[in-house]
Ligand binder design. Structure first.
Ligand SMILES: CC(=O)[C@@H](O)[C@H](O)COP(=O)(O)O
Ligand SMILES: NCC(=O)COP(=O)(O)O
Length: 238
């Protein structure tokens, strides 16, 4: 059964826009889990534009589901996720100044680096997920570097979906099939929404986890956080 991990980056974006503690990010993490989220995802970027390192430490004791921490695997990032014993570290190839995550790893070019960082995380007992494009070479390379899972970068799917759903999903089905053959777990995320999530799950029912933030938090402005999480869960577990 696919798990829903709610990314609360954008709660922190709103909080940081005024300073102070409103909306309270820790309360959001607690309530998302109370409303049915099966994980909390955060992406503490180096510039702390939204989630701060302090948020990560504050949230950890209140995790009753799973804590997925995303980021570029710098020494600081690895120290953070091992210090707090995250359940999963999702490694993304983001440059510090990127607007958002917009591509997966070249797991062939960065093989040695990824072998090193994954080895350090595994030694700390942390599950590793590698952010990849729906590219068979990237998936194969993720297996070769020893990752436990891949996370399929789903922005291209979300963009194409309204135009041609079958064309949009095709490379993701192929990548997921290969990942499964290689005994990789399969996560997915970025720009997933109430519009495109059910089709993704219907076509690839063996996805382990979707992490969803931007669209979900935007939907919550109109539907409320509790109803929104229930609507996303309905897409996954009808
Ligand atoms: C890795 C990924 O696709 C997203 O989880 C990313 O964390 C989004 O980052 P922003 O919320 O900073 O756009
Ligand atoms: N890994 C994807 C994630 O955590 C959230 O991405 P988005 O839903 O904010 O685009």
């Amino acid at each position: 059964m696919t798990r829903l991990s709610v990314n609360i980056n954008k709660i922190a974006t709103l909080r940081n826009s005024r300073g102070g503690k409103i909306p309270n990010v820790l309360d959001a993490a607690i309530n998302c889990q109370k409303f049915g989220a099966e994980g909390i995802t955060v992406h503490p970027r180096p510039d702390e534009r939204h989630i701060t390192r302090k948020d990560v430490y504050d949230i950890k004791p209140h995790i009753t589901t799973e804590f997925n921490i995303e980021g570029y695997p710098s020494d600081d990032f690895i120290k953070l996720v091992t210090d707090i014993q995250a359940d999963q570290a999702t490694l993304v190839p983001d440059e510090p100044g990127q607007l958002t995550s917009d591509h997966g790893w070249n797991t062939v070019k960065h093989h040695d680096f990824l072998v090193d960082v994954i080895g350090r995380l595994k030694a700390a007992g942390i599950r590793t997920s590698i952010f990849v494009d729906p590219d068979l070479h990237a998936v194969e390379g993720a297996a070769k570097v020893g990752a436990d899972r891949i996370e399929l970068y789903t922005e291209p799917y979300a963009t194409m979906y309204p135009l041609d759903p079958d064309k949009a999903i095709a490379p993701f089905i192929d990548s997921a099939k290969l990942a499964r053959q290689l005994n990789l777990g399969i996560n997915a995320g970025h720009d997933l929404s109430l519009k495109n999530l059910k089709f993704l799950i219907d076509k690839i029912p063996y996805i382990d986890e979707v992490s969803i933030g931007h669209a979900l938090i935007a939907d919550a402005l109109y539907l409320g956080l509790k109803n929104t999480i229930h609507e996303y869960l309905e897409c996954i577990q009808p």
